[in-house]
Design a protein. Structure first.
Length: 154
């Protein structure tokens, strides 16, 4: 399946607060699903009037082959307090490639990232500051995925 990127400029910083996970490519297949389960169980039920959940990939040790941090959370104002046990991460302004994905929660986003790592012609231009996924809460409630994968470009 061919995936198409739309190239966009993100003109404002996005501030996300949520639980953080430090992982590596070797552990991600095990760690990330558990992190999502924890978020869905412990955080999502208390969120009111939230339309999107963000999964931010940041603190890259070097590139997609090394350890990184994942924060799952919601967008907040720049001056929002950070509750104990949660992490604040800033998605910087800049150029991004956006991939749209939908379908089975266990496969759709993974398939998109596999394309970014191995098949996408501009993968060598990645910035490795903050990449993110924006998930529609309405789709999550139906047990499916409707998400955007944003990849920072240098």
């Amino acid at each position: 399946m061919k995936m198409h990127a739309e190239y966009l400029r993100q003109d404002e910083e996005l501030v996300i607060i949520g639980p953080a996970l430090r992982t590596s490519p070797e552990q991600a297949g095990q760690d990330i699903p558990l992190h999502w389960q924890r978020f869905m169980r412990e955080h999502l039920p208390s969120l009111k009037d939230v339309h999107d959940v963000y999964a931010v990939y940041c603190d890259y040790e070097r590139d997609h082959r090394g350890p990184y941090t994942m924060v799952i959370g919601t967008r907040v104002s720049a001056d929002a307090p950070v509750p104990e046990g949660l992490r604040r991460v800033v998605i910087p302004r800049g150029e991004y490639a956006r991939f749209m994905t939908r379908g089975d929660p266990a496969q759709a986003v993974v398939r998109t990232w596999a394309h970014v790592w191995d098949g996408w012609e501009r993968r060598g231009e990645r910035r490795y500051v903050a990449d993110f996924e924006r998930h529609a809460v309405s789709a999550m409630a139906r047990g499916t995925t409707e998400a955007e994968v944003w990849v920072g470009l240098s």
